[in-house]
Every structure is written in C-alpha cells, then in structure tokens.
Design a protein around this ligand. Structure first.
Ligand code: BGC
Length: 273
C-alpha cells in the first residue's frame, strides 16, 4: 500500500468493538474501509492484542514505517493503563503501550479513546476553531470524555464516572448508550437520563460547547433536540470514526511538528509521554 508522511493508522479499542483504518491527516478522511472486529469477551490483554493484529492484517498495514496510534478505553498515563471499566481488570496498572509494542513488533502511540476523539474533533470536526472549554463525550459501551481548553487537551478527565447522589450506578452505567440498550429505553426515556447527565456536567464545568460522539451520534436528531441545557451541544462530525482519526493524528504528531497548528501541538504534547 502506498502511504505518505501525512498518513497514519488509527486503531480504536472499545468495550464492544476494535476498529481501525488508514487515515489521511491532511483532512482527517479515511483512506481505507473501516475494519471492525468484536472486542474479545473479557477483553484480556492477549486476546485484545490478537484482535488488533487481525485489524492490522486486514488493513494490510503491518509495515512498521506507517505511524500507528492506538486508543484504549481506560485512563492512560505514561503508557500504562490505570483503570478498567469495560475491559479485564488485568489492564489496571498494566504497561499497555509496551505490551502492544512488544506484541506488534513496532512503535505505537497510545492514549485514551475519548481524548483522541477530542483531538480528531478539534483538528477536523465540530470543535475546530472553538475557544474556551469544549467537552466531548462519547456515548457508547461507556461514557468517555475529553476536555479541551483553548485548544489544549486536559487528558484523562473520566467524566463518565461521575457519581449520582444516592445511586449505586455511576453516570456511565445509567446514561451510556449501552444503558439505553440494556434497559430497553426509547429516545425520550434515554434523553431524560442524558438531561440529568449534561445538566450536571454543565453545572460542574460551565463549558462553552459539548460535542457528542460515539456511534449513536448518527441519530443525534432523535435525542439532542430533547435536551434543555444552556450550553451549545452538537454531534461529533466524525461520529464513531473520531477515535480512529484521533489515534492516527496522535501517531503522526511526532513526525509533522512543523506542519501542525498550535492547538494540535498542545494536544500531541498532552497525550503522548
Ligand atoms: C472509561 C474511559 C473511556 C470510556 C469510553 C469509560 O468506562 O473509563 O476511560 O474513555 O469508557 O470508552
């Protein structure tokens, strides 16, 4: 496959699926089909590694000269995963970046899935050119969050795990898209939970813009108009591909320092180690 200095591979590991594509980082478009395999049951490290290999093999991008970014649904600090909400507990305190690098036999760039989705929307999507505080949330198996202040990512915000007063289940367990499916909610019922969630986050952080990502953002017209909050709230332009695009953008960051804009540079610094 022909690649250039502005292409990179992004892999987005989620609680339900592992997705990947080759990305053109001039405009954030996908240069290949999006390949998706189910996240192996239990999401143990070896099984997840095997699934990532399958995605790379299918994409025919196993050459190590194509930058590779991998996004993961957990707190990621200095290459280690520090939490495990929808994956095996084996990831807690795990040298995940090193594990993937050894297993794939190549360098990777590794970061939280929602953080990279925020990077993608900042560079190529709904948050482009936005000042102030942008909070991107991904509504999927869990709820991920990316907080971006004046174009700089504040990594690992984990706003999906806000507690609900007097409730056992946290925000994510009550409000993620998986909760809508699990509890068989219709759009109105789910929107009532989202109303609680976004009002609460709005009260805590007074953001200037909410961006809503995750696969369900393609149905944004069914639930965003039902929300009554003071903050602008818009769907992610790249919907469920934002994680792939952001992971790829992160991977290329080290190679294109001179062509990145200031905002993206701040993000790359913040999400790599
Ligand atoms: C995890 C986050 C992740 C989000 C979306 C949450 O359960 O704690 O790290 O970003 O799910 O995948």
């Amino acid at each position: 496959m022909t690649t250039s200095a502005t292409t990179a591979v992004g892999i987005d590991i989620g609680g339900t699926g592992i997705k990947g594509a080759l990305v053109d980082l001039q405009d954030g478009s996908l240069l290949t089909d999006r390949i998706k395999v189910p996240t192996p049951k239990g999401a143990e490290p070896e099984d997840v590694l095997g699934a990532v290999r399958t995605v790379l093999d299918t994409l025919e991008v196993t050459e190590s000269d194509i930058p590779l970014g991998v996004a993961f649904p957990a707190i990621v600090k200095n290459g280690r995963t520090l939490s495990a909400a929808n994956v095996s507990d084996a990831w807690i305190g795990f040298e995940a970046e090193e594990f993937f690098e050894d297993g794939l036999g190549r360098d990777i760039h590794f970061a939280n899935d929602a953080d990279v989705a925020g990077v993608a929307e900042l560079r190529y999507g709904a948050a482009r050119g936005e000042g102030g505080l942008v909070i991107l949330t991904t509504l999927g198996t869990g709820i991920g969050s990316a907080m971006i202040y004046n174009g700089v990512l504040i990594p690992n915000s984990e706003l999906g795990h806000l507690n609900r007063a007097n409730h056992k289940r946290d925000a994510e367990a009550w409000t993620a898209y998986s909760a809508m499916e699990r509890d068989k909610l219709d759009w109105e019922e789910w929107a009532a939970r989202l109303q609680w969630y976004y009002s609460h986050v709005e009260f805590l952080f007074s953001p200037d813009l909410f961006v809503v990502g995750g696969g369900v953002s393609k149905h944004a017209d069914k639930f965003l108009p039902l929300l009554d909050i003071g903050t602008r709230i818009v769907p992610a332009v790249h919907r469920n591909n934002a994680g792939i695009i952001g992971a790829a953008a992160l991977a290329l960051a080290g190679e294109t320092r001179t062509t990145r804009d200031g905002a993206a540079e701040g993000l790359a610094e913040a999400t790599t180690h």
